[in-house]
Each structure stands twice: as C-alpha cells, then as structure tokens.
Design a protein around this ligand. Structure first.
Ligand code: HEM
Length: 505
C-alpha cells in the first residue's frame, strides 16, 4: 500500500523561498564571476605575483600576530619594510575574510590616490574617529568630503600660512623652556605643545598656550586632546574588536575638547548673526571667520576645526622632533644650516627668505623622507578596479582589486627604496636632494585630490622654528646615543624623545 505524506503549505513555501534564494545567489555569483573575468581581460590583469607567506593559510591570523608582535617591540615600520624586501614591493594577504593588497610601489599608490580616486574610500575611519571628530574633512568621503575641502581650502592661502609674527610668540615660549646651563632637555614633548599652541592660534584665533606655564586654564584642553589622540590610535589597532570598547575617560576627554572649541564657534556664530563680520575680521580670527561665512551649522564648524587640529598637530610635532633628532646627531648639518642662515644677521626670517634657503629646504625634505609623520595608510576599494603593477611573471603587469579589498600603502618603506634614493637610504643626508626631483616615490603629504591641505603651513612653520633655533643656539647636541626607535600611533615619533643640550649663541 502506498502512503502519501502531505507537506504543510508553509513548509513548501519556505522550501521554495530557500531554493529561489540559493538559485539567485548562484546566478549572481556566476554573473559577478563572468563580469570580473571580462573586466580583468579588458585591463590585462594578471594574478598577483607575490603573496604573504601565511603559516595559517585558512584564517591568516599569523599576519595579525606578526604585526602585533612588531608593534609591541616598537619595530613595526622596519618589519614592514623588510617584508617588502623579502616578498616584493606589492603582495596580497588575506585575514579571515578580508583580502588586502600591501604595496610600496609608487605607480600603485598613484592609482589609489589619484588616477582611480573614485574607486576608494577611507574605510572604517568615520566609525573609528566619528565619536571625537564628528563629520569633517578627515572623516568623510564623496560629496560630503568635497564640500568640506572646498570650504576649508581658501583658508590655507599664503597670507594666512605665512603669518610668522604669530609663530614668534610661541617660539619665545619654547626657548624659555630650553635650559642654557648644560642640562639635558627632551625637545619632543615641547614640540608637541608648540604645535598645539600654533595650530590653535591659526584655527581659533586664540592659542591654548600650553608652553606658557602661566596659562593654566587652557591646559585641560591640551591634556584632553592628547588623551583623545591616544584613544583614536588604539581604536584603529583594535580593528573589528573596536565595537566592544568602552572607555568613559575617553568620552569625557572628547567632551572637554568639544566644549573648549564650542566657545570659539559660539563667538563666530554670534558675529554672523549680528552681521558684525567686520569686527571679527579686525580681531584676526581669519580661519573661523571664513568658516562662519560658509555655513550656519555650529556642529559643522566645530567638527571641521577638530578635524584639522587632528590632521595638523602630531604631524607637525613629528616633523620638528625628527628634524632636531637627526640634526643634533650631525654637527656638520647644523654647521651648513647656520652658514646658510647667517645672511639674516640674527633677524627673524620672512616667508620669502625661508623659501630662498636651499639647504634648509633639503633638510626638511630629508627629514620627511626618512621619517614621514604618516608612515602608513590604508584605503578601501569600493568598486572593482585595477592597479598598474604587481602581476604576471615579473610583477610588472596590472592586477585586479575587487570591491571590498583593502589597499595598505607604506610610505615609510617606499622612502627607503634604494632604486629611488640610492644605497645610503638609511642615512640622513640633506645633500642628496641637490638636483633631485621626485614624484610619487616621495609622498610625505599624500597626493591626488586628498593631498594634505596644511603642507605649506607645516613646512613654513618647521623651517621658521629651525632657523630661529640656529640663531638662538651656537650648538644643539644629542645626549642620546641609542638608535632611533619608533613610537607609532596614527603618526610616528621617537620612542626615546629628542634629548639634547643647547649651547647659547
Ligand atoms: C609635517 C606635517 C604634515 C604632514 C606630514 C601631513 C601629512 C598628511 C597626510 C599624509 C594626509 C593624508 C591623510 C589621508 O588622507 O589619509 C594629510 C591630510 C590632511 N592634512 Fe596634513 N600633514 C601635515 C600637517 C598638516 C597641518 C599643519 C594641517 C593643518 C593645519 C594639515 C591639514 C590636513 C588636512 C585638512 C588633511 C585632509 C585632506 C583631505 O582629506 O582632503 N596637515 N596630511
């Protein structure tokens, strides 16, 4: 006897839905595969030549472990540089389900940042930094970013950037903290305070004066800002685990910074409402005043100010610190610089005079080569795209980059490529820049549409400070014979600081 089992109509419906969904997924995968094959053929893409030699080829966690160990031993940047040596200038890596291309190849970096700019975004930066920075130039992509950039760009004009009188006050505060009695001073923390003081003056029209010990009231901001930067760096390292991080102290620090900045923004808004821009202009709050002209959103202005402060403070401090770290170990470079500055006869230089000092320019360039303040960076691919090299038998053919893939680029390693900078890449030698013109292989300020807005400002500031130091001190010599060790957060500085002894002129 035949027994017939009747299925419940609901069960049938679910089975049909599952089958249809599986079929849909299957056809989607096939169609994606076919589309990608066609795309690869059109662009002449070849398989990536070099691969990270995973010991754990399934999850790829060995790559994360190796990175964490290198970070712990303060040796991340050299580890990464050695990897490019051992594996190749472009290689792929996969951690869990996340594919990535890692590169120190100028042509590939140029494609990511400029030629194929539309195919990449900042990835998870908005999530990592959003609590602190809200939405501004440093945390947005697409139209929102373009709007920020258009709004901020006019503020980085020469007249603003070249205002050296404003800098001199902070230089004097810095000099007051450098002992002249032969005792050792660590310049690095002083440069961090200096960079905060000058950046807040530039942005808010009012410095936090963290170098001026009588200005106690503003020090809270400095401390809260430092804490906030540390928190952001940690969040980047936590990667996907960031979602589980709770830190009340960081929330408080973010709030202290926002409240502090709000004071200036409120002033700007009041002027805007009362149509008294003229008075505001007279007070010299140029940056804020320009922003207040372009938007009536208080949050927007505050977020942009904090974004720029984050972009500009530690980077400038890193440049100043590394420059003095290197020069204090090279009395011959100090001598050449002093000779070049002698035509000023002790007077503070003008913007134009700074521009004309060739050896000074080489010194800044060489510092940024050996110690790029933003040593490594990442972009997320949001449309299937192609990078020009890294594929085929010799690694000189284009490679396919699928949507969802990360591209990690390491300027620190690229700046140490012997094929571009010579055999002595590890040496600090400003003279190497004589007659040299580099393009995408030298990239301390990034390139393409998102190139650093503060480049001129930072170079002018660092050059000014250095010249003033050359005038103020006969010698500035290191008291630290250890080799340079990295201290890596979002930017890099020297783990052992910059310990020197100053001899007055
Ligand atoms: C030596 C000092 C500096 C270095 C090496 C440097 C380097 C960089 C780099 C590498 C980027 C690209 C970051 C990215 O897109 O992932 C960048 C962006 C930026 N920098 Fe700088 N920077 C310096 C100083 C400054 C200063 C002093 C300011 C402002 C006062 C500033 C403002 C900005 C802004 C607003 C951006 C975002 C540009 C955009 O996304 O459109 N930077 N900088």
């Amino acid at each position: 006897m035949i027994s017939i089992t009747y299925s419940h109509p609901g069960t049938i419906l679910i089975s049909v839905a599952i089958t249809l969904s599986l079929l849909y997924q299957f056809f989607r995968s096939i169609s994606l595969y076919v589309r990608r094959q066609k795309f690869k053929a059109e662009h002449g893409c070849q398989p990536v030549l070099h691969h990270y030699p995973h010991r754990d080829p399934i999850l790829g966690l060995d790559y994360i472990r190796a990175n964490l160990t290198a970070l712990k031993h303060k040796n991340y940047l050299n580890t990464v540089t050695k990897r490019f040596h051992d594996i190749g200038a472009t290689f792929d890596v996969r951690v869990i389900n996340q594919p990535a291309i890692v590169t120190a190849e100028p042509e590939n970096i140029k494609a990511v940042l400029a030629l194929r700019f539309q195919d990449f975004t900042l990835g998870n930066r908005p999530q990592v930094m959003g609590d602190f920075l809200g939405r501004g130039i440093f945390t947005t992509d697409g139209n929102e970013w373009a709007h920020s950039r258009a709004m901020l760009r006019p503020n980085f004009v020469k007249e603003q950037v070249g205002d050296l009188k404003a800098l001199e006050r902070h230089v004097q505060n810095l000099f007051r903290l450098i002992p002249l009695n032969g005792s050792t001073v660590d310049l690095q923390p002083l440069f961090f305070r200096f960079a905060l003081d000058s950046a807040t003056e530039f942005l808010f029209g009012d410095s936090v004066c963290s170098l001026d010990q009588s200005a106690e009231a503003n020090h809270n901001f400095g401390q809260a800002f430092n804490y906030s930067m540390g928190e952001l760096a940690l969040r980047f390292r936590l990667g996907p685990f960031m979602a589980f991080r709770r830190n009340k102290k960081a929330t408080e620090a973010f709030s202290v910074c926002r409240t502090y900045v709000d004071r200036f923004v409120d002033d700007a808004m009041k002027y805007r409402q009362n149509h008294e821009m003229k008075d505001f202009e007279k007070e010299g709050n140029l940056f804020l005043q320009e922003l207040a002209k372009t938007t009536d959103s208080k949050e927007r202005i505050r977020d942009e100010l904090l974004n720029i402060l984050v972009a500009g403070r530690d980077t400038t401090a890193s440049l100043l610190s590394h420059m003095l770290f290197e020069i204090s170990r090279k009395p011959d470079v100090w001598g050449c610089l002093q000779k070049e500055a002698s035509f000023l006869e002790g007077k503070p230089p003008t913007y134009q005079q700074l521009k004309e000092m060739k050896y000074l320019k080489f010194t800044v360039q060489e510092t940024l080569r050996l110690h790029p303040p933003v040593p490594t960076n990442v972009r997320l691919c949001v449309n299937d795209t192609v990078l020009p090299v890294g594929g085929g038998r010799f690694g000189d053919q284009p490679i396919f980059v699928p949507k969802g893939c990360l591209v990690v680029y390491t300027v620190y390693a690229m700046h140490r490529r012997k094929d571009y900078f010579g055999e002595d890449v590890e040496e600090f030698r400003p003279e190497r820049w004589e007659g040299q013109r580099h393009s995408w292989e030298y990239l301390p300020f990034n390139g393409g549409p998102r190139t650093c807005l503060g480049q001129q400002y930072a170079v002018t500031e660092a050059s000014y400070v250095l010249v003033r130091m050359l005038q103020e001190y006969k010698a500035l010599e290191t008291r630290d014979l250890q080799p340079w060790t990295e201290s890596l957060t979002l930017t890099v500085c020297s783990e052992n600081g910059v310990k020197v002894v100053a001899t007055p002129a």
